[in-house]
Write a protein that binds this ligand. Sequence first.
Ligand SMILES: [Zn+2]
Length: 259
Amino acid sequence: MRHRNRWCAAAAGLLLAAVAGGVTAPHAAAEPGTLQGAVIAIDPGHQLGNSNPRFARQMAQTKFNGSIVKGCNTTGTATNAGLPEATFTWKVAKRLRALLQAQGATVVMTRSANTRDQWGPCVWDRGAFGARQGADLMVSIHADGAPSSGHGFHVIAPGRIAGWTDDIAGPSRRLARSMIAGMRQSGMQPTTYLSSPLSVRTDESTLNFSDVPTVIVEVGNMRNRADAARMSSAQGQQAYAEALAAGISRYCATRLRCR
Ligand SMILES: [Zn+2]
């Protein structure tokens, strides 16, 4: 069954390439990717409209997340030059989607635009998104707003909360370790301002509402000059996307968790 699905995915890719008039590289669709059959959910953190006063009522919604009561979503941080976190995560997410699709994965995203005319979705809907879409895992992309002297990435995994995350805490921890290894292998430096690149937290709604293995990746510190420079360039955004893709591939390949 699995084999047939893979063949179908490859055939569909060939058909799409033919329809697109050959924009895909020759033979690319016929080469089996390491993520054939996997369904990957990407959550590009925040949304530009979260800071739009027009949506104050929507943003004021709150919900208990198994640990504490939290708001719908926040506006996120920004570089000192003014690149919003929402825009950065959106750009990296689109690049990551392309990389995963090139390996044969089906990719679903929690938002379909980056605009001041939209808000959210709320963190509880982001969290529930992966299971609703039948995803094998969800990676939430963020960038931190820490003191400017610190730089580097860290990964947040859900702690165990009975009736909430006890089903996903173990595999999420394995996903977190794969993400850390994949990012390191891609040349990304782990955080210099936390004691470990792995944080386990019970207060993150995006994680607590998930029913598939999930992590938040804070890919760097937007307030740090070097991290901000990388985040602001197309090459840097591509490098972050490649590092995230390496982590996801590593998880799917070594754990045989993805279809
Ligand atoms: Zn964020």
